[in-house]
Design a protein around this ligand. Structure first.
Ligand SMILES: Nc1ncnc2c1ncn2[C@@H]1O[C@H](COP(=O)(O)OP(=O)(O)OP(=O)(O)O)[C@@H](O)[C@H]1O
Ligand SMILES: [Mg+2]
Length: 233
C-alpha cells in the first residue's frame, strides 16, 4: 500500500491536511505514524484505505487489495448497556462461525491475555467499563479477525502502559501473517517495537522516516528536535 505525491484538502478548507506525501507500508511489520494533534495522521490512514470523502485529492493511492483490511478508528464505540458477552458473541461469532460462544469455547481459540481480559468483563455492561477497558475490548475482539492488513488509530490512547505492552506483544506475535499500520502520538509505543518502521508527520508532511531502534536512539537528541516538542511534557 502506498501514497505517491499525495495531497489532500478537506472540503471548504484552504490548507492542505496532507502535502505531497510519499508513503509506503512495509509488509509483515509494524509501521508507526507519529506526530502531534492535527498533523494529518488520521487523514493519512483514511487516504491509504480509500476512506477520504468530499475533499480534494491529488496524487496516487495504492489501497488494500480486495478490501481485506481492518481499520479501528481512534474513537470508542457507543454501545450503551449491551453486555460484553453479547458484544463478544456478535463479533467473534462471525470469526468462529458460532453464535453461542462462551468462555469455555474461547479457551485455546484466543490468546491467553485476551481470554483473561474477557473473563474479567464478561458479565459487565459496556457502559460500566472504564475508558481503557472499552478500548481494550474493541481491540482484542476485532484483532481476532486475522485480516492481512490492520490499521489502528491511536490504540494506546486511554490504555495503561502494562496493557499497552500486552497489546504490542500480541501484535508482534502476529507479524508473520499480518501487517500493522499504527498511528500514535506517544513515543513510548515505539520503544516497545524497536523493529518497527517509523514515519514522523508534521503539518501534513512526512519529516522523518527511520527504524524504530534509530528513533529510540535519537529520540532525545537534536537530530529529532521536533519529537521532543510534543512528547516530553
Ligand atoms: N472533517 C474535517 N473537515 C475539515 N478539516 C478537517 C477534518 N478532519 C480533519 N481536519 C483537519 O485536517 C488536519 C489533519 O487532521 P487529522 O485528523 O488527520 O490529524 P491527526 O494527526 O489525526 O490528529 P489527532 O492526533 O488529533 O487525531 C487538521 O488540521 C484538522 O483540523
Ligand atoms: Mg487522528
Amino acid at each position: 500500500m502506498e501514497l505517491k505525491d499525495y495531497s489532500y484538502a478537506y472540503q471548504h478548507e484552504a490548507s492542505l491536511a496532507l502535502n505531497q506525501v510519499n508513503y509506503k507500508v512495509r509488509e509483515n511489520a509494524v509501521n508507526f505514524v507519529i506526530g502531534p494533534n492535527g498533523s494529518g495522521k488520521s487523514t493519512l490512514i483514511d487516504a491509504l484505505t480509500l476512506n477520504t470523502r468530499l475533499g480534494k485529492a491529488a496524487g496516487r493511492v495504492v489501497g488494500p487489495t480486495n478490501n481485506n483490511y481492518l481499520y479501528i478508528t481512534q474513537y470508542l464505540p457507543l454501545l450503551g448497556t449491551v453486555r460484553c458477552s453479547e458484544i463478544t458473541r456478535f463479533i467473534l461469532g462471525n470469526v468462529f462461525l458460532n453464535s453461542h460462544i462462551d468462555l469455555g469455547f474461547l479457551e485455546n481459540r484466543v490468546d491467553e491475555r485476551v481470554l483473561s481480559f474477557l473473563k474479567h468483563v464478561w458479565h459487565k455492561k459496556y457502559n460500566d467499563l472504564s475508558g481503557g477497558e472499552e478500548k481494550l475490548l474493541q481491540l482484542y475482539l476485532f484483532l481476532q479477525s486475522q485480516k492481512e492488513f490492520v490499521v489502528l488509530d491511536e490504540p494506546s490512547a486511554y490504555i495503561d502502559r502494562r496493557n499497552v505492552k500486552q497489546l504490542f506483544d500480541l501484535i508482534e506475535e502476529r507479524l508473520k501473517q499480518q501487517t500493522f499500520l499504527i498511528v500514535t502520538h506517544d513515543v513510548r509505543d515505539i520503544r516497545l517495537v524497536p523493529d518497527s518502521f517509523v514515519s514522523v508527520l508534521n503539518q501534513g508532511k512526512i519529516v522523518s522516516e527511520l527504524r524504530g531502534q534509530d528513533f529510540i536512539d535519537r529520540e532525545f537528541s537534536q537530530e529529532l528536535p521536533f519529537i521532543y516538542d510534543f512528547s516530553e511534557y
